[in-house]
Design a protein around this ligand. Structure first.
Ligand code: GDP
Length: 365
């Protein structure tokens, strides 16, 4: 369902598909419905629901992702109608944040956002639990709602989540103070690290794959603990460094996710270099660059050396390329798809990496 123009809806849906792919899903199909307001019960209208049911069955999909924020009861009603899992944009973004959060603070922020999202939806969850509990207790339950053992369970769950939320808030406040101290006292990595930042869909993960080559994963104990969004790379003179994919920027970031987003991205401040990827085929790359830079400034990563990379050069006309080269004279122009410009980029990254510290022992006779 959308209230905007068809173009806006299509772009938003494309972004949603890109986000779903980032989260590791395979996107099968998309449906748009234009209405003046969402259908109260099921978010989309009745006819669209049955169309969606057919599409899901035909494509063999196991999940439907709605581009918008659905109320808990809309999610539940839609699930019952189309018989597969339904999630909304917020849940999807939370999933991506959870995959990308590395620092303790980032993880805590994401968990906080997840619990806050879960709280009002706990009813549905509680019902399932109550049904199971009822079944075990001897045949009661089965959709009778929340009475019986389930109610106690639901209340316990709620209380537990509230306690956890309060604790996370406290921890986050403490960590923030610790981080401010750390930032002025930045510790250098033994192995230099490069963060790949940029708007969602700019091609960050494609670039990460291209730069490191598919399958060059961990044989080294040194890298054994790295998470899947970090890969190692080697300079031409044999020095190791790491390249990390960061969570992308998205439009319409739900309000309650802003903090989680920032702290997930704050890990960028720990890196030695930022590779800022721009989608060269986007009609207005400047607005995306501005949005990314604003946040980098807010999280204190603006003082880090930055390499601007214009990606998707295979997808633009020669005239557009001339304009972009004039607008971004210092950028490196690449195509993660064809590999054009990648060797140049490797070299530029290599030159911008901090030089290894030289250890000297001075012997005084
Ligand atoms: P991310 O969200 O920034 O990590 O972006 P992805 O790497 O997932 O890429 C987003 C979309 O852009 C995918 O559909 C890619 O296939 C496409 N893409 C990435 N790099 C290029 C490129 O060099 N040329 C073209 N034409 N498309 C690209």
């Amino acid at each position: 369902w959308t209230e905007g123009t068809l173009d806006e809806a299509e772009n938003s849906l494309k972004e949603l598909a890109a986000l779903a792919e980032t989260a590791g899903s395979e996107v099968l199909d998309g449906l748009i419905q234009r209405r003046s307001r969402p259908e109260p019960a099921t978010f989309i209208g009745k006819g669209k629901v049955s169309e969606l049911r057919d599409v899901v069955a035909e494509a063999g999909a196991d999940t439907v992702i709605a581009d918008g924020e659905l109320t808990p009861s809309q999610l539940r009603a839609l699930e019952q109608e189309i018989k597969v899992k339904v999630i909304d944009r917020t849940a999807l973004i939370l999933d991506i944040f959870a995959q990308h959060a590395k620092s303790r603070e980032g993880k805590a922020q994401v968990e906080l956002a997840q619990l806050q999202y879960l709280m009002p939806r706990l009813r549905g969850w509680g019902e399932t639990l109550s049904r199971q509990a009822g079944g075990r207790a001897g045949g009661q339950g089965g959709g009778v709602g929340l009475r019986g053992p389930g109610e106690t369970k639901l209340e316990t769950d709620r209380r537990r989540i509230r306690t956890r939320i309060a604790r996370l808030r406290r921890e986050i406040a403490e960590m923030r103070t610790a981080r401010d101290t750390k930032r002025t006292n930045r510790h250098r990595h033994l192995v230099p690290s490069v963060a790949i930042a940029g708007y969602t869909n700019a091609g960050k993960s494609s670039l990460l794959n291209r730069l490191t080559g598919a399958g060059v994963l961990v044989e080294d104990a040194l890298f054994a603990t790295l998470d899947p969004t970090t890969r190692r790379a080697l300079t031409s003179d044999g020095r190791h460094y790491t390249l990390s994919d960061t969570v992308g920027f998205v439009r319409h970031l739900p309000h309650q996710l802003v903090e989680a987003f920032r702290s997930t991205l704050e890990e960028v401040t720990e890196s030695d270099l930022v590779v800022h990827v721009i989608d060269g085929s986007h009609p207005d790359p400047a607005s995306q660059v501005r949005a990314v830079r604003e946040v980098l400034t807010e999280i204190g990563a603006d003082a880090l050396p930055e390499i601007l990379v214009i990606n998707k050069m295979d997808a633009i006309t020669p005239d557009r390329e001339i304009e972009l080269r004039a607008d971004y004279p210092d950028a490196v122009f690449v195509s993660a798809h064809t590999g054009a410009g990648i060797d140049k980029l490797r070299l530029v990254v290599e030159q911008a990496l901090p030089q290894p510290a030289v250890e000297m022992t001075v012997c005084v006779p």
